[in-house]
Write a protein that binds this ligand. Structure first.
Ligand code: CUV
Ligand code: SF4
Length: 644
């Protein structure tokens, strides 16, 4: 069996190292330990050549060519790898589409007065209505909201045509290309169902066709998932404006009742925050100084941006929040919730509370959360946490001392707002000028997760710093933002990491916002908020009248673990944006699939680069990854006739 890594080899974060030390001392197993136990990993699975789609199998192809080259049904490595890849895109796309659908339904019920939420950003609601060509004449806010919600829900059921949100949010040039290739999605559920069918045993066996099906899913993910979620969440909960908050395990408060919110959809987490405020007196009556809500994963990102809630942990160290011994409850909804939190919680006093009927964990408490009864559920959850404080073992509490201050919550709207102070008529012009004259060499969206297999934060931070140094403007979302924040890159001081060009732009913009500088990494939100960098790119491309694929922009996902990151990456690739992944995407068993995804545009064969102008870059070494990304940025600059 593989040897267990020392805590210093598991994370860059000293607090995570310490807490892992405590867990091990107390005999508590975490994902970091289990990741070690999985090594060495199965070479077939790693290469993507293991198929268990039907009961003739499981089948596996010998990647070295010695041994069987086809499964029982005759599928070869190319088909199996392409199918497996597409099936993981289905996972990611379905997760985001379902997220969006729940928010759309909540908006509908809010508009009908059936759910206890309010339309917070009326301006955005009306902009969306206008974008969808809905008439608002003589209608109340709730009536407009209802129309928007119905248009959103239509994107899960319309029988033909192109999805509303693709036409609404997509760039015309991209949409026209997808339509000409037959890749423009009709509705999310239809495309997901179709993909499930084509990826099944005995269906689509053409690897290129399967990969094109993957592109279609990427588009669904982007518009039916990300954009739809962000748009409607902004309407319900407000469009974020930059806020200051704290990061690290140190955000737990020994003197308060600590509740972690973990998962993704703000319908739950927003209500928990609201009720924590309402029940603060009860918490004080229990002998504490009140209630402290901390964020984990993307629920954390959502609350951070809109409520200034501090962040305790990214994905890979989520169990360690419990190991602090100071957590009364971890409330979860959906996605990225390790089942392992329950085992860890059983060693401490923490109550794990699941909230969705279709996402339960054996042994955990379940409080059913329906948007219609959100208040009752959130109240019950917070009361449970207060009650559980009595069970805290004060001898076993260990909260790390320091926290890191960070600015987060830059929406595309706010960035445009800040820019407009430099040029009121053409807000994007200063950014365009900086790109053109090379002050900003390019833009990178740094997204995705942390992964217990990897040393936490290293990939994210190294790629970011390497890019910043070379005058690339870094936008960030998801758990990558956690890594960057903890390492000072979401703080104005962090601009010292930037090249002179980007530094000057960030300082200038910072002054407009009343800060010494904008931080070198602009945190734009959760994973679904990858729509925000995309909105910015579309605005830039429209202003320049070029395709998004022509802009010197890249995506990078150094430490991902989740199929959702692959579907987000595919969404970017479908627009011709190059995407780096630092963790093996498990396609190496087919050179055809690998080449189609990673090959260069000059080739005769079909590659995503040739078709769309963007490709996948798999590079585990973060320094080399940054070099490869810069190479692509420079190539795009050259094609635009800009200096490099
Ligand atoms: Ni949705 S997908 S680990 S929470 S970023 Fe965090 Fe973000 Fe990855 Fe999950
Ligand atoms: Fe084997 Fe084909 Fe069945 Fe896959 S679909 S398990 S390759 S027989």
């Amino acid at each position: 069996m593989a040897k267990t890594r020392n805590p210093v080899d598991v994370s860059m974060d000293v607090q995570v190292q310490d807490m892992l030390g405590k867990a091990r001392e107390q005999g508590v197993e975490t994902a970091f330990d289990r990741a070690d136990q999985m090594s060495p990993r199965c070479p077939f699975g790693s290469a993507g050549v293991c198929c268990r789609l039907c009961l003739e199998g499981p089948c596996r192809i010998q990647p070295n060519g010695k041994g069987p080259q086809r499964g029982v049904c005759g599928a070869n490595a190319d088909t199996i790898v392409a199918r497996n890849f597409m099936n993981s895109l289905i996972q990611g796309t379905a997760a985001h589409a379902e997220h969006a659908r729940e928010v759309a339904l909540a908006l509908l019920h809010t508009a009908e007065g059936k759910a206890p939420y309010h339309i917070k950003d009326v301006g955005k609601l009306y902009r969306i209505a206008e974008g969808l060509n809905l008439s608002v004449e003589g209608k109340s806010v709730n009536e407009v909201a209802k129309d928007v919600a119905l248009k959103a829900l239509e994107d899960f059921q319309r029988p033909e045509g192109t999805m509303n949100w693709v036409s609404f949010r997509g760039q015309e040039k991209s949409v026209a290309k997808w339509q000409s290739l037959g890749l423009a999605p009709v509705n999310s559920h239809l495309e997901i169902a179709k993909a499930v069918t084509r990826g099944a045993m005995g269906s689509d066996a053409d690897p290129i066709n399967l990969l094109l099906g993957g592109i279609n899913l990427g588009i669904v993910d982007g518009y039916g998932g990300l954009h739809l979620s962000t748009d409607l969440q902004d309407v319900l909960f407000g469009t974020p404006q930059a806020v200051k908050a704290n990061y690290s395990l140190g955000v737990l408060d020994e003197n308060k009742i600590n509740i972690a919110v973990h998962g993704h959809i703000p319908l739950l987490s927003e209500k928990v925050v609201e009720w924590a405020r309402k029940l603060d007196d009860q918490a004080k009556a229990a002998g504490t100084e009140g209630i402290n809500i901390v964020g984990v994963c993307c629920s954390g990102n959502e609350l951070l941006m809109r409520q200034g809630v501090s962040i305790a942990s990214s994905f890979s160290s989520q169990e360690l929040v419990i190991v602090s011994g100071a957590l009364e409850a971890m409330v979860v909804d959906i996605q990225c919730i390790m089942p392992g939190i329950q085992q860890v919680a059983e060693c401490y006093h923490t109550e794990i509370i699941t909230t969705l009927g279709h996402v339960k964990i054996a042994g955990a408490t379940h409080v059913d959360f329906e948007p219609e009864h959100a208040d009752e559920a959130a109240k019950e959850i917070v009361e449970k946490a207060i009650k559980n404080y009595a069970n805290r073992d004060h001898q076993n509490v260990s909260i790390p001392k320091d926290t890191v201050e960070a600015y987060a919550g830059f929406s595309a709207e706010q960035i445009t707002d800040v820019l407009s102070k430099l040029n009121e008529e053409k807000p994007l012009q200063p950014l365009i000028d900086a790109l053109k004259n090379g002050t900003i060499r390019g833009i990178a969206a740094m997204v995705g997760c942390t992964n217990p297999r990897e040393k936490q934060d290293v990939g994210n931070v190294t790629v970011a710093k390497e890019l910043m140094k070379k005058d690339v403007l870094v936008l960030t979302t998801g758990c990558t933002a956690h890594s960057l924040a903890k390492n000072g890159l979401m703080n104005p001081d962090g601009v010292k990491e930037c090249g002179e060009g980007v530094k000057s732009v960030l300082k200038l913009l910072g002054e407009q916002a009343g800060l010494p500088s904008l931080p070198p990494a602009l945190h734009m939100g959760s994973c679904v908020d990858n729509s925000r960098p995309a909105d910015l790119l579309k605005a830039l491309a429209d202003e320049l009248d070029i395709a998004i694929s022509d802009i010197p922009v890249v995506g990078s996902c150094p430490e991902t673990h989740n199929p959702k990151a692959l579907s987000i990456g595919t969404y970017f690739i479908s627009h011709g944006v190059d995407v780096h992944v630092g963790v093996d995407p498990q396609v190496s068993g087919s050179s055809l699939v690998t080449h189609t995804l990673t090959g260069n545009r000059g080739d005769e064969e079909v590659t995503t680069d040739r078709l769309f102008g963007g490709k996948l870059i798999y590079e585990p070494d973060p320094v080399l990854a940054a070099e490869k990304l810069i190479e692509r940025i420079d190539m795009k600059r050259k094609l635009l006739g800009l200096s490099t």
